[in-house]
Design a protein. Sequence first.
Length: 535
Amino acid sequence: MVYDAIITGGGIAGLTAAAYLCKAGRSVVLCEKEEKLGGLVNSFDYKGFSFDGGIRAIENSGIVLPMLRQLGIDIDFIKNNVSIGIEKQVVNLVSDESLYDYQALLNSQFPQSSDDIEKIILDIKRVMGYMDVLYGIDNPLFLDLKKDKQYLYKTIMPWLFKYIFTIRKIQKLDTPIDEYLNKLTANKTLIDMIAQHFFKKTPAFFALSYFSLYLDYQYPRGGIGSIIDKLEKYIIDRGGEIRRKTQIKSVDPQKRQAADTNGNIISYRKLIWAADLKTLYKIADADALASKKTRQNILKQKNRISDKTGGDSVFTLYLTAGIDKSYFENICGAHFFYTPLKKGLINIDLDSLKTGQGHQGTFTADKQTIIVWLDQFYELTTYEISFPVMRDDRLAPPGKTGLIISTLFEYSLVKHIFDMGWYEEFKEASAQKIISVLSSSIFPDLKTKVEESFSSTPLTLEKITGNSEGAITGWAFTKNNVPVVKNLPKVAHSVRTPFPDILQAGQWTFSPSGLPISILTGKLAADSAEKKLKR
């Protein structure tokens, strides 16, 4: 059998592409190397508790809800209340006006920098205005404009002019957030309190837009994984085939065939690669192609990505606690970004554990040196803390709460620890330190009420998702010349590859990436494949 499309990767991008091709009546097989679908969009159950294994909330961004409506998938979304805290102070974000509560929080922590804070807040407000334009309407890609001409002329066309004007302003905010904030304040600790919420060298627009995204956060009833469950059902109900524990090990683009690790040869008309992009260039046999120009283009792109690395990863601690959710509700929202001490990570130097310069250095520090560094890190870092039961009562046993506690973490440091042979000890020590830090700061009852704990590291994410360096947003911002499209007006080009009949989708195809972009590229790849299949 020759499939109209093979889709490699069962994350949100691959599932989106498969759903739209099935909607078009195409024969589709989706191959996922793991037993579980979803990648970084998943939930799992543990002794009566439901936890989210990747992202903790959904930002619509004019994409997610229109996609679900277009496919006829019904999901009940719950408002995801976000809080930000520093030391003992917490602000709840409920509307645009909460920006001034955040300003008051920063002013109380850094009274000597109130003028600088006002400039930063004004810039955040300006970016919020850009976001209102950027995501102010449902993305036209997920609308049937042929059936609604009035919407096209009365809404889309006026918006398009605003969009073109706004996108030019956005493109001027491509400076890394820490460098951008350096222009507004000389207070390095203040910069840390803002910048350490984000990935290293995150573009300023992406970082400053997060205040709008926090207000847009929603949570699907039943957990993040309910979106994946509904997409899977949609695909199967429309004749799509899903093969779990099936990893593509080689691709012959000349014969349009892919071989999997189960010994199967699958023929295709189109292939959509929604997995780690480096893997495609390792396993695809470009030499088999007749066109010299095509082979050269493939080699050029292969070389572009060969020295690039994945972006930031996370250490995540999962806790079950014998504490009613009301205890936490009296302190913060269901989604809490918390910094225990305002000293900032500027006070500890990750590079001190390396030999070599900066991000290019190699970790060589001994165990005791790393333990001392970790002890400081967990006291100063910023945590993303999520409470599923605070959105949906069914996600924990009565009177108990499950906590998901994450912090951005360096993949190569964990790999160094693993190679030294004390990986399990590192995970246990990290868990105990995080519990101690949170108990001595914001949740005093936590330490004596923890029932069970377990964790995941960047190595866990790498194994489960296949993402290089356990990355959660695609390519690292710390490398020059990101090897994919990063200009939003050119996002449609992001699904192209130099391989004939192969398209790409997902977080590796556009930078910076996330859930909405992964869905968007999945839809773009499906549309491109369908257009070519019709010929």
